[in-house]
Design a protein around this ligand. Structure first.
Ligand code: SF4
Length: 334
């Protein structure tokens, strides 16, 4: 077995975010692999650039071309093969836009696209073709979204999404969350993020202070797909978030070649529990163009979910769900 990749952890999260791995040659060199070993494709790279943190790269196993973390970020030949039924906007989000960047799909909650930036580019991302330039708004322009939320009193929860909403500076995040809670009908703000998983240092004092201002009203839905993504640094970040009364949940995507076996999924739930995070959803892959090779299939998904139920207590079995264009809630698959 080759030695793990050394990690120098002396940089702030902002410096780490400015120093991402974006060059496939560097990634493969660090992992002691060749493009041929892993099926690398420059054409896939041109469609969706490579992007990952050095702390995420350090969790990969050098010398393993099938490493499940590498598979999630590597531009692969399979992405360039067209597949029937796979489209650029599989959830028809365009039809749910109440305002630019504000999706109103489910009656009592809206989703605000805060940024296009991510610390990692996940090859299966259903927003990999999202028209961010048409949907990002300045502080001033966001007033139209705030007005919409205020004029729809049934909306009590706002989901911050992206991109990754924790990729924005703390000062902006605080302004945004404070502004949302000034609306009398907003009782919860939920943050969908992969950043604490791929860059645990993101959970800094300033972020905790923002969470503390709205203790008991903040929900953070992490996105981890494999138990090896959950290291000690994430665990301590989660403890600090819980000290500020942030409800921590996790959603995963079922990915062929990454986590489509019962042992991996059970270990993921156990690791989440150890970090104080509730396994929430296991998503069936959204049919986004370029991601068909990640599809484990619904029959396999059901079998895996049943296998988890045989091993884990109910509270550690995430709901198996599919998101459907035009649906008024997620569809439970079982
Ligand atoms: S939005 Fe989330 S899933 Fe998509 S690339 Fe960014 S971090 Fe990955």
């Amino acid at each position: 077995m080759l030695h793990p990749i050394p990690l120098q952890q002396t940089l702030s999260w902002q410096e780490q975010l400015a120093n991402l791995v974006t060059d496939p040659a560097e990634l493969l060199h660090c992992l002691k692999l060749t493009p041929e070993d892993v099926g690398y494709s420059a054409e896939a790279l041109a469609d969706f650039p490579l992007r990952l943190t050095r702390s995420y790269m350090a969790l990969m196993q050098p010398g393993d071309p099938a490493d499940p973390l590498l598979r999630q970020v590597l531009p692969h030949h399979d992405e360039t093969v067209p597949s029937a039924g796979y489209t650029n906007d599989p959830l028809d989000e365009d039809a749910s836009l109440a305002k630019p960047g504000l999706l109103h799909k489910y009656s009592n909650r809206v989703l605000l696209v805060v940024t296009s930036a991510c610390a990692i580019h996940c090859r299966y991302c259903f927003r990999r073709h999202f028209p961010y330039s048409e949907n990002l708004r300045s502080r001033q322009e966001l007033q139209a979204s705030f007005n919409y939320i205020g004029q729809n009193p049934q909306i009590n929860e706002v989901i911050l999404s992206g991109g990754d909403p924790l990729a924005v500076p703390n000062r902006y995040l605080q302004w945004l969350i404070d502004a949302l809670f000034e609306l009398p009908n907003v009782t919860r703000v939920r943050i969908h993020t992969r950043l604490p998983v791929v860059l645990p240092d993101r959970v800094d004092r300033a972020l905790l202070a923002i969470m503390g201002r709205h203790a008991g009203k903040m929900v953070m839905v992490l996105h981890a797909n494999h138990p090896r993504e959950l290291g000690d640094a994430l665990e301590s970040a989660c403890v600090r978030l819980q000290e500020h009364r942030v409800l921590l949940l996790n959603q995963s995507v079922l990915l062929k070649g990454v986590n489509d076996d019962p042992d991996t999924l059970c270990k993921l739930s156990e690791r989440l529990f150890a970090a104080g995070v509730q396994p929430y959803y296991l998503h069936i892959l959204d049919k986004v163009a370029g991601a068909a090779h990640f599809d484990a299939g619904e029959t396999r998904a059901k079998a895996l979910h049943s296998a988890m139920q045989l091993v884990l207590p109910g509270y550690l079995v995430p709901k198996l769900v599919r998101e459907e264009a035009g649906g008024f809630s997620k569809t439970l698959v079982l």
